[in-house]
Design a protein around this ligand. Structure first.
Ligand code: TRP
Length: 488
């Protein structure tokens, strides 16, 4: 039998690394780069196996990123690093100690400048790819052009989405469940991705939505007071409401408030707790003997909203309304556990739609982090801050000089500004033109960044405007347990 590794240890090789580059000096890195460049050329000349060439190219790319990280300069063949090389911050996240993808609820990192290998993640997690057939089917059933996140593979993986659509076609409705861990007042654009998409799903399918604010989770995992976590839950709810959710179809709840007040919710938590062993959560989440018991039992609390009878005020005690959970893929371990217990306690398994991560400004090796202000565009940033951050920190796939860029073109696959445009620019044709022009060198990095800045500035300003309109009274309404519009 294969040893069972907790999910956070089940890493896989994105790039088969032959070298550990983190301890290398600039000169050693430069020499490795030269050698790797030679190797790629030799493999190509020899018409070697594509996977072998790809692996060699990936390593070359990684070395280039590392080189820039260490020297602050772009690698140029024939021009060794100068003595005065200094580290500056226009590089990938500095950890570099790992050469494999890590994806779990607490950590996301890869050494690949293009980001996590999501196809491999689908295999590793055992989910299904959102293929063209599924996107077409969603379009048909919803009667709407698919959201750009679906068209562009930002929501890329699912579990049981076909079943949800089968039922919906037979006039059997479903509900949506998503959530947020309120760890600070500051939310960044990456946090909005699941909510933007969930709002679209709510509109096109006209269904209820529950949003769990896990203030309890953040208290258990972080060095924060319960009062602060609860306050962040309410503050974050304002940003979520500003995404445009319909108050007649949306219930937002803080665990601290709702768990204690709802017998039905807590009943489900206890049922789940009885059916999951310590061994199982150790395997799924990597808990150890020194983790507090709050953490060990928390997964049951994130699982409970997947079952419709946790919300009798909405579903009148029915336990069979199917649930669809849009979330970033790092939350999947919670729902693998949920799907495992569901049949054992007589409930349907929730279906899932998984998104990719929103890359940090410094590069797709990691996601945006609210604790590193320079890695993120915050929802409170001014137009000027947005401009400065993009210009100063957004990792560029462009060449060093205008001449070189015009001659060789840029690489949109590692370019953070281009990646952000794929999230937020609505027009497919315009995006494709930008991709082509950047690749050919017709579009310069500065021009690409300008396009991104002009996309983000109004988007964030409009969000701020909508958030200002959210009154305490409205928050209270959204957060009060009550019936919602629902026809099953
Ligand atoms: N654990 C999530 C976080 O830390 C919050 C969360 C709770 C969630 N329930 C969810 C996220 C359901 C997605 C879907 O952010």
């Amino acid at each position: 039998m294969k040893p069972f590794l907790p999910v956070w240890k089940q890493r896989h090789n994105c790039v088969k690394m032959t070298d550990r580059t983190e301890a290398m000096s600039p000169l050693e890195l430069y020499e490795s780069l030269m050698a790797q460049g030679d190797k790629v050329r030799a493999l190509k000349t020899a018409k070697a196996d594509k996977t072998e060439i790809d692996a060699a190219v990936q390593l070359l790319l990684k070395l280039k990123v590392d080189y820039k990280q260490v020297t602050g300069q772009d690698y140029k063949a024939g021009s060794p690093p100068s003595e005065s090389s200094v580290v500056h911050d226009n590089g990938p996240a500095a950890d570099g100690a790992d050469d494999e993808d890590t994806v779990d609820p607490w950590n996301v990192s890869t050494t690949n400048a293009k980001g996590v290998d999501y196809d491999k993640l689908i295999v590793r997690f055992g989910s299904s790819k959102i293929d063209k057939e599924l996107v077409d089917r969603i379009e048909k059933v919803a009667g709407q052009k698919p959201h750009r996140f679906l068209r562009r593979g930002i929501f890329f993986s699912h579990r049981d989405m076909h079943q949800v659509l089968d039922a919906y076609e037979k006039n059997k409705s479903f509900y949506l469940y998503t959530g947020r861990g309120p760890s600070s007042e500051a939310m960044h654009v990456g946090h909005l991705i699941p909510f933007i998409f969930t709002k679209w799903l709510q509109d096109v399918f006209d269904i209820p939505l529950v949003i769990q604010m896990t203030d309890d989770e953040k208290y258990l995992w972080k060095d924060l007071t319960l009062e602060d976590c609860h306050r962040f839950a309410v503050e974050n709810a304002k940003d979520i409401i500003a995404c445009g959710f319909d108050v007649n179809k949306t219930f937002i709840f803080s665990d601290l408030d709702y768990m204690g007040s709802s017998r039905e919710f807590y009943t489900n938590v206890v049922k789940i707790q009885k059916h999951v062993t310590f061994n199982q959560v150790k395997g799924i989440f990597g808990f150890t003997d020194s983790d507090c018991i709050g953490k060990i039992s928390f997964p049951a609390i994130q699982a409970a909203p997947s079952f419709s009878n946790s919300f009798p005020q909405i579903f009148g005690g029915r336990k069979d309304i199917p649930c669809l959970i849009p979330c970033a893929i790092d939350q999947d371990p919670y729902f693998r556990m949920t799907r495992d217990v569901a049949p054992r306690i007589g409930y349907p398994k929730p279906a899932l739609l998984h998104s990719t991560f929103f890359p940090a400004l410094q590069g797709a090796q990691t996601k945006m982090s609210a604790s590193d202000p320079n890695s993120s565009i915050f929802l409170t940033d001014t137009p000027k801050q947005i401009k400065n951050k993009v210009n100063k920190h957004a990792f560029s796939g462009g060449k060093d000089t205008v001449d070189e860029h015009r001659k060789y073109g840029g690489n949109p696959d590692v370019d953070v500004s281009f990646m952000y445009l794929t999230f937020f620019l609505e027009d497919d044709e315009q995006l494709e033109k930008i991709r082509q022009d950047y690749t050919s060198g017709a579009l310069l990095t500065g021009e690409l960044k300008k396009l991104l800045i002009e996309t983000l500035q109004p988007m964030i300003a409009e969000h701020q405007e909508r958030r200002k309109q959210v009154t305490d009274e409205m928050v209270k309404q959204f957060m009060t347990p009550r019936p919602l519009n629902f026809n099953c």
